[in-house]
Write a protein that binds this ligand. Structure first.
Ligand SMILES: Nc1ncnc2c1ncn2[C@@H]1O[C@H](COP(=O)(O)OP(=O)(O)O)[C@@H](O)[C@H]1O
Ligand SMILES: O=C(OP(=O)(O)O)[C@H](O)COP(=O)(O)O
Length: 402
């Protein structure tokens, strides 16, 4: 179990500084609503209902990128999800921020400006260094407590994540608590029956890291996506054509060939690869081919085939726990969603313990009309999820332990 304090340990009516992760896609300058708002709203609402004065901080994008924008729009979106007004303060820790915090009554909510607009936030440094920044020293005396709900940013040693826990009594928010429990389950929990891990997506290195870290915890790895094709290539199946403009295959093959071959040599019995693959035919329709019939590296495969889905679904049905990282195909295109959706539906239908993570893959649940309630946990974290799966400790979580 986690050895940090949670909101159950926090007294009502306090003035609290809450770190959220509202980092969102931005299209043409417009911040896109997403599950992070909905999840964090639960923590913020609870604190406001418990008569706390709630001051939220969060980041958006990275300096120099188009997504590095103000949090003004985030305040409106968050307010809609909380069901209460969230006042935006265009300042991180200066006079305007301090004066707005001083005026805050119990039950009211503020959102401060993008923490990454403060110079001291970003360089990754030790918590003790971050605790000595002007940012932390100016804000901390205004509060009774600090709550970190930003699990998905907890792998970053930034001031708003690791500095404040040294300056204030620190608690995990509801998102932090549930993400931590679910995402560390594979590394820390023992299951009575078979444990299965579905791994796919575009990043072979993520898949390799997960497989290497978890080979003794997982009975069967079900592979798909671009990563799965690279494993097929190591079995001499001529797949993995480069899509124009994207060095998805050849670069990754050059980087990972040796590790993929040794994973297959050492843990081949635990690894299932696609039996068939799907591609776009001349009429633009989905077509499928048996892996054994692929003779030339002349087309892009965009999903696993229907026999593979049946085989994978049967393995899922017999599992005690299933963890998902990465999609089995290009599910954003309905023609190539069968693998990802078929396996997710199999998970949803069984009563196994399940965790689905990865920013892109978990979007498939909503896109294809499945309910998050049918899964044990759907993570809103990307990088932090991978780190948790591979047993890496997250600095932001460690800082909460005191
Ligand atoms: N065969 C494929 N060809 C192209 N894209 C694929 C293929 N298989 C999976 N994908 C893409 O992989 C993406 C998810 O990859 P990744 O970023 O590694 O996972 P996540 O963000 O879920 O951790 C999906 O958006 C999906 O479109
Ligand atoms: O969205 C985030 O990470 P993710 O894309 O790995 O889920 C976090 O907000 C961390 O952002 P960062 O990777 O710019 O430090």
């Amino acid at each position: 179990m986690a050895s940090f304090k949670t909101l159950d340990d926090l007294e009502d009516g306090q003035r609290v500084l809450v770190r959220l992760d509202l980092n969102s896609p931005v299209e043409d300058g417009e911040v896109q609503d997403n599950r992070r708002f909905d999840r964090h709203a639960e923590t913020v609402r609870e604190l406001a209902e418990r008569d706390c004065g709630v001051v939220c901080m969060a980041h958006q994008g990275r300096p120099g990128r188009d997504t590095f924008v103000s949090l003004e729009q985030h305040a409106d979106i968050l307010g809609r999800h909380v069901g209460k007004p969230v006042e935006f303060v265009p300042d991180t820790f200066g006079d305007r921020a301090i004066s707005a915090i001083d005026d805050l009554a119990g039950g009211e909510i503020l959102l401060l400006e993008n923490t990454r607009m403060c110079d001291e936030e970003l360089p990754e440094e030790e918590p003790t260094v971050k605790a000595e920044t002007e940012f932390v020293k100016a804000l901390a005396p205004e509060f009774d407590a600090y709550v970190n709900d930003a699990y998905s940013a907890a792998h970053r040693s930034h001031a708003s994540l690791v500095g404040f826990p040294l300056a204030l009594p620190a608690y995990a928010g509801r998102v932090m608590e549930t993400e931590y429990e679910a995402n560390t389950a594979i590394a820390e929990r023992a299951f009575d029956g078979p444990v299965t891990m579905v791994v796919g997506g575009t990043k072979a290195s993520d898949v390799i890291d997960v497989m290497t870290a978890l080979e003794d915890k997982v009975d069967t790895f079900l592979l798909g996506g671009i990563a799965g094709e690279l494993f097929l290539r190591a079995m001499d199946v001529p797949v993995g054509r480069d899509i124009e403009g994207m060095d998805l295959f050849d670069d990754q093959w050059a980087e990972n060939e040796t590790t993929i071959r040794s994973l297959l040599d050492d843990y081949g019995d635990q690894i299932r690869l696609a039996l068939d693959l799907a591609f776009e035919d001349d009429e633009g329709e989905r077509d499928e081919i048996e892996v054994l019939d692929v003779e030339e590296k002349d087309r892009a495969f965009l999903d696993v085939g229907s026999n593979t889905v049946s085989e994978y679904a049967a393995i899922v049905e017999d599992s005690e726990a299933v963890f998902v990282k990465g999609a089995l195909g290009l599910f954003e295109d309905e023609r190539f969603a069968d693998g990802t959706v078929g396996v997710l539906e199999a998970i949803a239908e069984t009563d196994c313990f399940s965790v689905v993570g990865g920013g892109d893959t978990s979007r498939a649940i909503e896109m294809y009309g499945m309910s998050e309630d049918d899964f044990g946990h759907v993570s809103i974290a990307g990088g932090a999820y991978i780190r948790a799966l591979t047993g890496e400790r997250l600095v932001g979580v460690e800082a909460l332990r005191g």
